[in-house]
Design a protein around this ligand. Structure first.
Ligand code: C2E
Ligand code: CA
Ligand code: CA
Ligand code: CA
Length: 284
């Protein structure tokens, strides 16, 4: 509400102002948060839709802020991209995640070779150290490249020229999987897919949400069916995110999707949680 009086210090929108103050505070605290060890990673399992087995996990970063508590990535990744911290932060996430994958592989090998998915921001893609950093981390940890999947959003690759694709192509040649994240939201030209060094499509949560009603919207079903057929014809695997119910999982399985992720299986959590899920699964 606007003040009728002449007090020019009165705020027109206190909430917007509070958000701005918080954002300013976060921007100030962000550069040193990495050194202070305030980031941590939660892992969310990736489950094979055919047999229900845990195949790996996506690493999702969080910030344990001393005043604000746990902040989700949507609160600080844009700031980290803006300030450039995303490069060292992304490297840290990659190193932690690869170390975690090694740990799973060493100690829980009866659960199968669990893989790790790590998100890459567009700024990391254009950073010249990406390939070397990734190679170094894999070698230092003694983890095979095929244990790693890097997720890049569809929108980051729209209109990508060869310079942008080169590092991804190098990583793909080494055996690292590249997944196209949030697929279906970026209006990319489907024919363009052939040009990209990706081996996995991650279908955006909006598609999964449309499977909530029963029967699902027949047009949505057709669209997902078409995407899956196209992906498979190009030798791409399809992962679906945001699966919250068994009905969705069943529908997406019938539509031919390969792997799923979502609250129905598990929320993102500490790495021990994945051990438990994978072991239960392996021992029946
Ligand atoms: P994303 O890559 O699309 O990750 C999936 C998001 O969906 C995660 O949100 C996850 O917690 C959430 N989610 C998983 N299952 C369900 C479900 O069944 N229902 C619903 N409603 N949501 C579900 P989160 O953890 O808040 O991450 C948000 C975004 O932040 C990620 O979206 C990703 O783009 C980005 N992000 C996370 N970690 C990193 C990172 O290390 N580096 C970069 N560059 N980005 C990251
Ligand atoms: Ca992702
Ligand atoms: Ca996604
Ligand atoms: Ca998403």
């Amino acid at each position: 509400a606007k003040s009728a009086g002449g007090n020019r210090f009165e705020l027109a929108d206190p909430e917007a102002d509070a958000r701005a103050i918080t954002r300013h505070g976060l921007t100030t605290a962000l550069p040193t948060a990495l050194d202070r060890g305030e980031f941590f990673i939660e892992y969310q399992p990736l489950v094979h839709l055919g047999d229900g087995s845990v195949r790996g996990a996506e690493a999702l970063v969080r910030w344990l802020h001393p005043q604000h508590g746990v902040l989700g990535p949507d609160r600080f990744i844009p700031l980290a991209e803006h300030t450039g911290l995303i490069v060292p932060l992304g490297r840290w996430v990659l190193e932690q995640s690869v170390r975690q994958a090694r740990d799973w592989r060493e100690r829980y090998d009866q659960a199968g070779p669990l893989r790790i998915n790590v998100n890459l921001s567009p700024c990391q893609l254009t950073h010249p150290g990406l390939v070397q950093d990734t190679v170094d981390i894999l070698e230092r940890m003694g983890v095979e490249p095929d244990a790693l999947c890097l997720e890049v959003t569809e929108s980051a690759l729209i209109g990508a020229d060869d310079d942008l694709l080169k590092p991804l192509r190098r990583l793909a040649e080494m055996g690292v999987d590249i997944a196209l994240d949030d697929f279906g939201t970026g209006y990319s030209n489907l024919a363009n897919l052939r040009r990209l060094p990706v081996s996995i499509l991650k279908l955006d949560r909006s598609f999964t949400q449309s499977m909530q009603q029963f029967p699902a919207d027949p047009v949505d079903l057709k669209i997902v069916e078409g995407i899956v057929a196209l992906a498979h014809s190009l030798n791409l695997a399809v992962t679906v995110e945001g699966v919250e119910t068994g009905a969705q999982a069943e529908q997406l399985r019938i539509l031919g999707c390969d792997t799923a992720q979502g609250w129905y299986y598990a929320r993102p959590g500490p790495p021990e949680r994945l051990h438990e899920l994978a072991l239960v699964d392996a021992t029946g």
